[in-house]
Design a protein around this ligand. Structure first.
Ligand SMILES: Cc1cc2nc3c(=O)[nH]c(=O)nc-3n(C[C@H](O)[C@H](O)[C@H](O)COP(=O)(O)OP(=O)(O)OC[C@H]3O[C@@H](n4cnc5c(N)ncnc54)[C@H](O)[C@@H]3O)c2cc1C
Length: 289
């Protein structure tokens, strides 16, 4: 393993300065559960590792009337342990509570999950369906990117040299909405998704019709996929098997999986259709309370 300097800045500006100085030979360290594994495997040759955990805004989790702000370094256990998130953002709880076991969840966060940009990242689809926005700081200032546009390829993101994810902002969950995320893995836990699906639905006041929906797919493309057409197909439709099957078929169409040691193209497409139906039903159940 290449020797690197460990830097622990106390502000975003200091972190950006170190990252800018070293370019792609420095990386932020959140929980380290991906970074340390990759550094050991010599995926990168790093001169500096920039620990973000001393930067207050990156470690804060706040809930307000307008939504939630999840600092990029906040570990998963704090996210799923928050009572407002549990009540109003159930898909985020579904995703963050299956990332590894309790030891991993005590270090790893949604910020690291997103910046690691694995197509299988269990935290990403829940953020997409909840319309989350990544707040980024860098040498040219601050900018915002919708989470569905954040990952650009396996392990690649929109982040430019010197840039840092500061927080993930999630808008208030709409009235009469419900959301859910699940993945298929061959074992019961501690495995990488063969396929995963997140869904958010908004129902009308009768609870019998969809007003809108968002659907996102994991592990079935080079990045987590926002299956926009599948979600949009539900708008105005009754909550019944026919509408749900049509949306699930569109989600299957949006998937572009590969065959690898975890599953085949055909198995993954089939899984997307099945999991999408299940998650639409679960999200609708949750929307009805
Ligand atoms: C045993 C084990 C089981 C796992 N199980 C799962 C699983 O079930 N599901 C799953 O999705 N993942 C799993 N993972 C992968 C990993 O735990 C998650 O991706 C986790 O969310 C990463 O978060 P972290 O805080 O540890 O990130 P880190 O490892 O600290 O960082 C990950 C990447 O993001 C970059 N980064 C971190 N913070 C920032 C920032 N603020 N700005 C810019 N870049 C940043 C780092 O430089 C690095 O490249 C597992 C890992 C292990 C070791």
């Amino acid at each position: 393993m290449h020797p690197f300097a460990y830097v622990a800045p106390g502000t975003v500006d200091e972190a950006v300065a170190v990252l800018t100085k070293h370019g792609n030979r420095a990386r932020p360290l959140a929980g380290g559960t991906d970074l340390l594994v990759k550094a050991r495997a010599n995926v990168w040759e790093l001169d500096a590792v920039v620990d973000i955990k001393n930067i207050p805004e990156l470690m804060s989790l706040s809930v307000n009337g307008g939504g939630i702000s999840i600092g990029a370094g906040v570990p998963c256990y704090q996210v799923y342990g928050n009572s407002t998130i549990a009540a109003e953002y159930p898909a985020i709880v579904d995703g963050s509570s299956i990332i590894g076991g309790i030891q991993i969840q005590s270090r790893a966060g949604l910020g690291g999950n997103l910046c690691n940009a694995a197509p299988s990242g269990d935290g990403i689809c829940p953020l997409i369906v909840h319309s989350a926005v990544a707040h980024i700081a860098g040498p040219k200032g601050k900018r915002e990117v919708a989470v569905e546009d954040f990952c650009t390829g396996p392990g690649r993101t929109v982040l430019q040299p010197g840039e840092l994810l500061v927080s993930i902002e999630v808008p208030k969950a709409p009235a009469n909405s419900g959301a859910a995320y699940t993945r298929f893995i061959p074992r019961n836990e501690m495995d990488i998704a063969v396929a995963g699906v997140g869904v958010l639905v908004v129902l009308d006041s009768s609870g019998k019709k969809f007003k809108s929906a968002r659907i996102a797919l994991a592990s079935v493309g080079p990045v987590p996929i926002f299956a926009k057409a599948a979600g949009e197909s539900l708008a105005g439709k009754p909550v019944d098997d026919k509408s749900i099957a049509a949306a699930a078929a569109l989600a299957r169409k949006a998937a572009s999986p590969i065959t690898d040691m975890r599953g085949t193209i055909e198995q993954r497409r089939h899984l997307v259709e099945v999991l999408t139906s299940r998650m639409i039903n679960k999200a609708a159940e949750r929307a009805r309370g």
